[in-house]
Design a protein around this ligand. Structure first.
Ligand code: ZN
Length: 136
């Protein structure tokens, strides 16, 4: 069973990035080790329809994968926001979940600011993103 440990200051950073991108979806990568996030890297959202989808910059992913070769840290997941939506995976999210090892953090945002934030991981036997225990 996967768990996510996200320090309060990093959780706050994610909320801030999501608010700054509103009404577009924010996205970025989570770097850490064994479910413990140590760094949050925001990405430009390269989707052609950023109000309802996200695409993390592949160059950013490659850059950090290379960086992580040196040490114990690696890309353990990513985050994105759902402007005026639920903090839960959309049909589109399930469809573009290509890497079952990654943790997904999804934040709901309204014009009032960031609302709830939840973490998900892939249940491989059902090919679904399911909620995981998370400590923010
Ligand atoms: Zn989504």
């Amino acid at each position: 069973m996967k768990q996510l440990f996200l320090p309060t200051d990093l959780a706050q950073k994610i909320r801030q990035f999501c608010e700054d991108s509103y009404p577009r979806e924010a996205c970025g990568i989570l770097i850490g080790q064994g479910g413990q996030v140590t760094k949050v890297i925001p990405s430009p959202n390269l989707s052609a329809t950023p109000e309802k989808a996200f695409e993390i910059d592949p160059a950013l992913i490659i850059h950090h994968q290379k960086e992580c070769r040196k040490g114990p840290l690696k890309i353990i997941g990513h985050y994105h926001s759902h402007p005026n939506g639920q903090a839960a995976p959309s049909i589109h999210d399930h469809a573009q979940n290509y890497d079952a090892s990654l943790i997904w953090v999804i934040v709901s945002v309204t014009k009032m600011g960031a609302q709830s934030m939840n973490a998900f991981a892939t249940d491989v036997s059902h090919d679904r993103l399911v909620p995981i225990r998370s400590i923010f």
